[in-house]
Design a protein. Structure first.
Length: 214
C-alpha cells in the first residue's frame, strides 16, 4: 500500500475516515503511530527524533509497556503477563495490542498528554491502527520501512531469533489498513532517518488540530 511521502503532509491533514459518529474518543491532541515491519529501525529513528525535538512541550514520546525484559533496543516499562492483564482489566491502558508473542500498551500518561492538546508519538503496530482510530480523536500514521534483505539482517543482528524465525516474522507482518500520512525508507545511517522523522513530526504538529503550546 502506497502512502504519502514526508513532503506531502505540508498540504494539510485530512480528517479521520471511518471513525464512529458521536463516540467519546481520547483527545483533542493527536496520536502519531510510527509503524512498519520488524527490522525497519523504528526505535532507532524515534530515539533520534526525540533527541532532535527535545524541549518542545507540544510533542511527547510515549514509553510503552511491554511483556519483555528491559534491553538496549528500547526504553520501555517491562511488565510480566499478570501485571499487564491487571492493567488491561483496570482500564489503565488507552491502547494495547499483541504482536510476536508479546503484549504492548500505551500508558495513562498518553491519555493525559492528549487531553492537554499535545501530540504524542508512539512506536505502534499496523495491527493496532484500526483500534487506535476508534479510540482516539485524531490518529496519524508514519510508516518506516526498508528493503527486505536489510530488514532480515537487522532482525538477525538483534540475536533474539534465528534466520528462519526472522523470515517467518516478516511473512506474518499485518497489512496497514489505511494509507500512511508519511513514509520513510530507512536504508541509510540512523541520523539521516531520524532527521527525516523529526521533520515529519514537526510538520504534523504544525498541522494537527488541538495543538498545545510550545
Amino acid at each position: 500500500m502506497s502512502g504519502r511521502t514526508e513532503a506531502d503532509i505540508d498540504a494539510g491533514i485530512s480528517p479521520e475516515a471511518g471513525a464512529p459518529a458521536g463516540a467519546a474518543r481520547l483527545g483533542p491532541g493527536t496520536l502519531v503511530l510510527v509503524v512498519g515491519p520488524s527490522g525497519a529501525g523504528k526505535d532507532t529513528l524515534i530515539r533520534e527524533a526525540c533527541r532532535r525535538l527535545a524541549g518542545r512541550d507540544d510533542i511527547r514520546f510515549a514509553r510503552r509497556r511491554i511483556t519483555r525484559p528491559v534491553d538496549a533496543t528500547e526504553d520501555h516499562v517491562s511488565l510480566d503477563a499478570a501485571a499487564f492483564a491487571r492493567g488491561v482489566a483496570a482500564g489503565e491502558f488507552p491502547l494495547h495490542w499483541q504482536a510476536n508473542g508479546l503484549a504492548y500498551a500505551l500508558g495513562p500518561e498518553v491519555a493525559a498528554d492528549l487531553a492537554a492538546g499535545r501530540m504524542v508519538v508512539a512506536n505502534g503496530s499496523r495491527g493496532a491502527v484500526a483500534e487506535a482510530r476508534r479510540r482516539f480523536a485524531a490518529v496519524r500514521i508514519v510508516m518506516v520501512t526498508a528493503p527486505p534483505e536489510l530488514l532480515a539482517a537487522r532482525i538477525a543482528a538483534r540475536g533474539r531469533e534465528g534466520a528462519e524465525d526472522a523470515a517467518r516474522r516478516l511473512k506474518r507482518e499485518p497489512a496497514l489498513p489505511v494509507p500512511p500520512d508519511a513514509t520513510i525508507v530507512n536504508d541509510g545511517v540512523p541520523e539521516a532517518g531520524g532527521a527525516r522523522l523529526a521533520d515529519v513530526l514537526a510538520r504534523l504538529a504544525e498541522n494537527c488540530q488541538g495543538r498545545g503550546p510550545r
